[in-house]
Design a protein around this ligand. Structure first.
Ligand code: ZN
Length: 288
């Protein structure tokens, strides 16, 4: 297992972590200034600054993208809705390619309409089938441009509104069905916040192997958690044994970045952005 205690060369910052403080162009500058070598930006943050400008900043600073957030949200109540989702995912693949991202992260979607508060049906198995179809179609295009897709299983609390793929096992079953040859075009994003509780986590990480492990996201699970979406903790402040999970991921062959992804309305989004990044660096060394 790699020793992170002496430097932060394998730290990546998911730019949602300081989204409340700074626009993306400032985030890129602040990360580069601190010797942070990688980021993972969100599409809406890129759109505000402009894709070409972000691409130029990425090139000029030499930053890498450990991922691009995000594609997915495949299920819809109508054929037109599903087609719109496919079109949007195609654009996301193209943006990820322009920015030379390591992968496009997929948050696959749940029951149509649930995110807006009105689920249009209660058939989660239908949603799961639509997710499979949506990933298959997107994969077909992503292969042609060489952009790997990373399915991110989300904690079951998000099954209705954000993702009906809720365990690593489920995500890997999709990978096996859609990319049987383990080509590297389809894999998973392992986010400790979503999967730390899973009794099968270690065995499923081993099953994933190097070809399927495309991203590793870290933060911490606080007790109590005040908000299930936006109360993620800084590494070391909660109950997740992050070094143990990183050990499993690295034993399976993963050698990429540890991407810090913290949504925190009441704490980290209230602080100075520089303090947040400096704390990420310190905790990357001591708690990841
Ligand atoms: Zn994540």
């Amino acid at each position: 297992m790699r020793d992170f205690s002496a430097d932060h060369r394998w730290l990546s910052i998911n730019t949602a972590t300081v989204r409340a403080q700074w626009p993306l162009d400032r985030i890129i500058g602040e990360c580069a200034r601190r010797g942070i070598r990688a980021i993972s930006p969100w599409r809406d943050q890129v759109a505000v600054v402009g894709l070409e400008r972000v691409a130029t900043l990425i090139r000029d600073t030499g930053l890498e993208l450990s991922g691009y957030c995000r594609g997915g949200m495949f299920p819809a109540a109508t054929a037109a809705g599903r087609q719109a989702a496919l079109d949007d995912n195609r654009r996301a693949v193209d943006e990820a390619k322009t920015l030379n991202a390591a992968c496009l992260v997929l948050v696959v979607g749940g029951l149509p309409g649930a995110l807006a508060g009105h689920a249009e049906h209660k058939d989660i198995s239908r949603s799961r089938a639509e997710v499979s179809d949506g990933i298959a179609a997107t994969l077909e295009y992503a292969r042609t441009v060489g952009m790997p897709l990373a399915i991110e299983p989300l904690h079951p609390t998000y099954a209705a509104d954000r993702a009906c793929v809720n365990t690593l096992e489920q995500a890997l079953d999709l990978c096996d069905a859609l990319d049987h040859s383990r080509s590297g075009a389809l894999g998973v994003a392992v986010d400790v916040y979503h999967v730390w509780w899973d009794p099968k986590l270690q065995s499923q990480i081993a099953r994933a192997g190097r070809e399927r492990l495309l991203a590793f996201h870290v933060c911490d699970w606080l007790t109590p958690t005040r908000d299930l979406l936006n109360d993620r903790g800084m590494m070391g402040d909660g109950v997740i044994d992050i070094p143990r999970i990183r050990g499993w991921v690295e034993a399976a062959g993963f050698s990429g970045y540890s991407e810090v992804e913290i949504f925190s309305t009441q704490d980290w989004w209230q602080r100075d952005g520089g303090e947040v990044l400096d704390t990420c660096i310190a905790r990357h060394r001591s708690a990841v």
